[in-house]
Design a protein around this ligand. Sequence first.
Ligand code: ZN
Length: 189
Amino acid sequence: MRTQIGLLLALMLAVAAVATLGATGQVTFVNDPITGKPLALVEGIPGPEKGPPCQLDQRYVDEQPEGLRDDVAAAWQRLRDKAAAANVKLCVQDGKRSVGQQEREFADAVRRFGTRELAAKYVLPPEKSMHVKGIAVDIQPIASAVWVERNGREVGWCRRYANEQWHFEYDPGYVTAGCPALLPSATGS
Ligand SMILES: [Zn+2]
């Protein structure tokens, strides 16, 4: 009997040790997002091209937010949980893009708007895009984006551009410093 209790105790201790290790490992993972992962590598990670339709509005999609920088992915989950607690559903119209994806979107915009300067007000070239860096998410429908604009800052998400109501970027500094003033567009003018 004593041996059995001893064995049981040992087993419980082992389980606790593994659980602690797991939790510690996860915390390290979240706080230490890009160790051994150069930015160039993050920028090459493609995001999904499309996703299933957004349940709230079929004009939009709801991508899996894959390929975001690790700390950004964790912050995205915090935002989604916070929204769910307020009964707000967020659809990911666009999250991570690779350099190649961004190049195609930029080339499309240049065709539509006529010049690189005009196009860049709506779609940045790859070397400047926060979607390529894996720290931006476009949220739809607009009612959901409005909710994030009001409530996202507490978990590090801010709207950045006056002409992109759906575009949010994550920065842990926003939690304490607040959101920066809106820029007119992604080119700053
Ligand atoms: Zn965007």
